[in-house]
Design a binder for this molecule. Structure first.
Ligand SMILES: Cc1cc2nc3c(=O)[nH]c(=O)nc-3n(C[C@H](O)[C@H](O)[C@H](O)COP(=O)(O)O)c2cc1C
Length: 312
């Protein structure tokens, strides 16, 4: 019998729901799965309002979590065969609790030498998140062998609206012209296929081809136009995050005005710049097409990290 630990953070329950489905075939086969919730010292709000949503932006983007996570009892998971971490992207980065998890000394000590899979349940911008996760795993001296992304497959502009209805107003279900927000129920249910693949690798104790096998099952849907926008956005977010932090740290009232400027900027970017960005991407597609295969390999297959690599 094999044993897995799943560390997860979720606000709506989506990331946990995904994990229950992935682990279903593993549990049915008689293996043990232990779930450990990642709990920040202070809870992040859900649902959000404009003020608290934008307050966390600089710290998320720059990887400076304002809170640590609560210490975890890891005594029952010392002998696991595999570690799965499940979470989400916030501001083109791993969510703050996921970053706190990887930064925690207790966790780093625990992860050392272990085999890890990362599962992301996000809207559709996951590329910079996995780069940062790869770095965190490298710094913990662990071994990342799998990466799965479940994303909202509706059009980018539609999901920008439905996610706001969900995260700010609790309206997740379809209504009027708007589809349901988040990862579709079908995609969540069908995530169980990944569990079978993970189980085979675990039984054979050979993870060398796992990511290739997961990709054969569409573990990540690669949308080059969205990645192009995300990479550009991530660079610009860096400038904004530093600009806001010059006025003070987390929850410092002095940064309210700059936070509002960022809100206006983000609104403009999401609804005006990003559609143009995607259009520009496809207009220049013939030139870009030469590099897309290489970029896809780098984004979806190559999970290794090294000292000389840069986040961007
Ligand atoms: C503050 C915040 C920022 C977010 N930023 C992104 C993002 O950059 N990319 C993305 O794909 N999804 C983003 N999302 C959506 C989340 O990744 C996730 O899908 C959603 O919050 C539900 O996750 P959970 O209920 O499992 O916590 C963001 C959500 C929040 C709350």
């Amino acid at each position: 019998m094999k044993k897995i630990v799943v560390f997860y953070y979720t606000q709506s329950g989506q990331a946990l729901d995904i994990m229950h489905n992935i682990c279903q075939p593993i549990v049915e086969a008689g293996d043990e799965v232990i779930y450990k919730e990642i709990v920040p010292e202070k809870k992040f709000p859900f649902y959000w309002n404009c003020s608290n949503f934008f307050e966390i932006f600089p710290e998320t983007r720059l990887g400076i979590p304002p809170y640590e996570i609560k210490d975890m009892d890891l005594s029952d998971v010392q002998d696991v065969d595999l570690v799965i971490v499940a979470g989400q992207s916030w501001y083109l980065s791993p969510s703050l609790p996921i970053q706190s998890f990887f930064i925690s000394e207790q966790v780093k000590e625990y992860l050392k030498g272990r085999i890890i899979i990362f599962v992301n349940g996000c809207r559709n911008m996951w590329y910079m998140t996995i780069r940062k996760i790869r770095k965190y795993v490298f710094e913990a001296k662990a071994n990342l062998v799998g990466h799965i992304v479940l994303q909202d497959m509706t059009a980018n502009l539609v999901s920008v609206i439905t996610i706001v209805r969900w995260l700010f107003h609790g309206k997740k279900e379809a209504s009027g012209i708007w589809p349901r927000a988040g990862v579709s129920e079908k995609d969540i249910k069908e995530a169980s296929r990944f569990g079978k693949t993970i189980k085979s690798a675990m039984d054979a104790n050979d993870y060398s081809k796992l990511q290739e096998q997961l990709m054969d099952e569409k573990a990540i849907i690669y949308k080059p136009g969205v990645i192009f926008v995300e990479k550009t956005g991530h660079r610009i977010f860096d400038i904004w995050a530093k600009f806001i932090r010059k006025k003070g740290g987390y929850e410092d009232k002095n940064r309210s005005f700059r936070k509002t400027l960022f809100f206006l900027y983000l609104f403009f970017v999401l609804y005006i710049v990003s559609p143009i960005g995607i259009l520009v991407f496809y207009l220049t597609y013939p030139i870009r097409a030469l590099f897309i295969g290489k970029q896809k390999r780098e984004a979806c297959y190559n999970l290794e990290w090294s000292e000389d690599k840069k986040i961007q």
